[in-house]
Unconditional design. Structure first.
Length: 160
């Protein structure tokens, strides 16, 4: 069996293990997510290789990074997306489902460009723009809650 085939075989398990380690090994964690809204009101969602469902794009803020730097990096990595203007910070949420010390900052992004489809990688297995009133069936609970807050007038929760 070739090295590349072994890597493809074990990559998802390694990513899940690293995600588990990252989640529980830090004193406190901070993440960023973006609700990218295109000119027709559709939002951009991604599917990861290591968790179920469709999610708003984003990820962890690394040591030495600002929220905006982390958001810029994650959007480029997950969606081949470049910010056109500084996005609006919508809210900061406590993500107790991830851990007792995890928080997520959500940004609303309306000014962006996507220079072609995202490049395939081991983290993102699917992506797309969806009407805010017709999300994929397996969009996550948190994704649906954020869409309801932004588009449906639902009360903004403190919980992710």
């Amino acid at each position: 069996m070739g090295l590349n085939r072994l890597r493809r075989l074990f990559e998802p398990a390694i990513r899940r293990g690293m995600h588990f380690y990252w989640r529980f090994s830090r004193a406190a964690t901070l993440g960023v997510r973006a609700m990218l809204i295109d000119g027709t009101g559709r939002i951009f969602l991604v599917k990861h290789s290591y968790v179920d469902g469709w999610h708003l794009p984003g990820g962890g803020v690394e040591t030495g990074e600002t929220l905006l730097e982390a958001l810029t990096r994650e959007l480029a990595e997950e969606g081949n997306i470049r910010l056109g203007a500084v996005p609006q910070l919508y809210g900061v949420y406590f993500n107790k489902r991830a851990s007792r010390r995890d928080h997520v900052a959500l940004f609303i992004v309306r000014d962006f460009r996507q220079d072609g489809n995202p490049k395939p990688n081991y983290e993102i297995i699917a992506h797309g723009f969806f009407p805010n009133d017709a999300l994929p069936e397996d969009a996550t609970r948190a994704t649906r809650a954020r869409v309801a807050e932004v588009f449906g007038g639902a009360a903004v929760s403190e919980l992710w």
